[in-house]
Design a protein around this ligand. Structure first.
Ligand SMILES: Cc1cc2nc3c(=O)[nH]c(=O)nc-3n(C[C@H](O)[C@H](O)[C@H](O)COP(=O)(O)OP(=O)(O)OC[C@H]3O[C@@H](n4cnc5c(N)ncnc54)[C@H](O)[C@@H]3O)c2cc1C
Length: 500
């Protein structure tokens, strides 16, 4: 009898159609969980390539990840695939990078190795005695990581009570102190301070606006390490696409959703290029603000004023560069922190404008992975964080490219300008055109204290039955691992509501 009921339940679910808008990591993740639960799932993606902000650019034998390049928190990827009795190695090969990355300062270079012992030696070289504090700081960060991953981020953000656990009560002070103040208490050297403040930049906010509980990102960095999937980050998209298709998901590209159709306060379907596609549920993994504009005004939950008041993560000016020679003195990941961190952060968050003297990031995956560039060539990805909402144009892009190339040559002590085969750029207007991103943000909405957990835009619409949202503007927040988790959270919530 029990088996028959399960069978009937699954048959009933199989008749229920879900359309997922977008094919970013959160959408792909949600599609796998929902297809496994027995729904008939289709993904509608506006672009010709799946993957959202993590798309891939291939040109003249070079391969570029267009968005994410840091593979952090490997445990989250393992858990995702384990939910489907698979593991990452069924799909791609993963290598731990050593060194993990290099940071260029005006007068020195810090190399972050692949173990805490190596990193401690480097800290002691810069500031005698700092390794002792670092070990203690990372031990606390590890505790926070366990609490965050096991007890906090897996909550759907429905109520503040979700955050109340014995562990979080014991750490409550860490939600009211900032990561900046805690780091500055123990470390005095500005280079070590910048090194320890860097990981929380992934959360999209300034370190002096990020709760110190988020030091778990430091454990992700120094404790769990930096990894690289052979072939680049797009291998994860390919893996999830393969898995989704195996589970029966129908992935349709070049199908932009123009409207979410609602009848009697309930989802009726979506409209694309004038055609109505009926369904029982819609899950939107497109940027939350854009998803709501697909609804008639009366069905939107958040006003333009609401969005305008939120702290958005930065946008980025990106360059994908093919070099016709191998580069020297750089690693796979390189941070150029040779200008004033505070000043650049102010020009992103407090007084948004094109940065006067920006920090930047450069990634050369072909240093460790020969599949990313032709022989004796280097694939280069350069990222300058900028405020969301700025106006960009070709002239500004060129001006900043020249500026960072000049600094890059100086800091790495080599000439590269004459060895550039091509340079493609991507900036705010492209984020808007290609992803319908609010103000051209790159990483969604920042994880500040007032924009954490239950304070973020909700997974479920309060105004339209059977309409759900996932992705980096809702819980848990920006980044690839959070996007995988967001897909699980929205699926769990949808299933729970269905059973209720
Ligand atoms: C430059 C850059 C660097 C980054 N670096 C890292 C990193 O190193 N490590 C890390 O972990 N994270 C990084 N991130 C963040 C990470 O990439 C994102 O958090 C994550 O990919 C977001 O996934 P998502 O599913 O929320 O949204 P998206 O990837 O934006 O997916 C949304 C999808 O919806 C589609 N869409 C929009 N509107 C419609 C419509 N009307 N109809 C149909 N489809 C639509 C879009 O085309 C897109 O495919 C980076 C991001 C960027 C941009």
């Amino acid at each position: 009898m029990f088996i028959v009921s399960i069978f009937l339940y699954l048959v009933q679910m199989a008749n229920e159609k879900i359309i997922i808008i977008g094919s970013g990591f959160s959408s792909l993740s949600a599609s796998c969980y929902l297809a496994k639960a027995g729904f008939d799932v289709s993904i509608f993606e506006k672009n010709s390539l799946v993957g959202g902000r993590a798309r891939q650019l291939k040109k003249e034998g070079f391969t570029f990840d267009m968005g994410p390049s840091w593979y952090w928190m490997p445990d989250i990827f393992n858990k995702f695939f384990a939910n489907f009795d698979r593991k990452p190695s069924d799909f791609y090969r993963l290598d731990k990078l050593n060194p993990a990355y290099k940071i260029f300062f005006a007068d020195d270079v810090i190399t972050i190795g692949d173990t805490l012992d190596k990193i401690c030696l480097e800290f002691d070289r810069i500031e005698k005695g700092s390794a002792k504090f670092l070990r203690k700081f990372i031990a606390d960060a590890q505790e926070n990581y366990s609490i965050a991953i096991d007890k906090v981020v897996l909550k759907p953000g429905l109520s503040p009570l979700e955050l109340v656990t014995t562990d979080t009560i014991l750490k409550v002070d860490q939600f009211f102190k900032t990561i900046s103040s805690v780091v500055r208490k123990k470390f005095t050297n500005p280079k070590l301070i910048s090194t320890l403040e860097f990981p929380v930049l992934f959360l999209g906010a300034k370190p002096n606006n990020t709760p110190s509980f988020y030091s778990f990102m430091n454990y992700a960095d120094f404790g769990l390490g930096t990894w690289h999937p052979e072939g680049g980050m797009y291998e994860i998209v390919k893996a999830m696409t393969t898995l989704a298709k195996e589970l029966g998901v129908n992935i349709i590209t070049e199908r932009p959703v123009d409207k979410i159709v609602v009848l009697n306060h309930k989802v009726n379907g979506v409209q694309s290029k004038g055609v109505l596609y009926k369904c029982d549920y819609v899950v939107s993994g497109a940027d939350y603000h854009h998803s709501e504009t697909l609804l008639e005004q009366q069905y939107r939950q958040y006003s333009e004023t609401y969005w305008a008041k939120k702290t958005f993560a930065p946008s980025s000016l990106l360059f994908y560069v093919g070099f016709k020679k191998k580069l020297k003195n750089v690693e796979h990941h390189n941070l150029f922190f040779d200008t004033d961190f505070k000043n650049h952060a102010e020009e992103i968050y407090d007084n948004p404008k094109w940065p006067s003297d920006p920090l930047f990031y450069a990634n050369f995956p072909s240093i460790t992975d020969h599949t990313m560039a032709p022989e004796k060539c280097e694939a280069g990805f350069f990222l300058v964080p900028i405020a969301a909402g700025l106006k960009d144009n070709e002239q500004l892009r060129k001006q900043y490219f020249d500026l960072i190339m000049e600094r890059f040559q100086q800091r790495t002590n080599q000439q590269v300008i004459n060895d550039i085969m091509f340079c493609e750029s991507f900036c705010i207007s492209d984020f808007i055109d290609e992803y319908n991103s609010y103000k051209g943000n790159a990483y969604g909405m920042a994880n500040t204290l007032s924009q954490t957990a239950f304070l973020r835009p909700k997974l479920q619409s309060k105004k339209v039955k059977n309409l759900y949202f996932t992705g980096q503007l809702t819980v848990p927040g920006p980044g690839v691992p959070p996007a995988l988790i967001s897909g699980k959270l929205v699926s769990d919530l949808l299933l729970k509501n269905k059973k209720a």
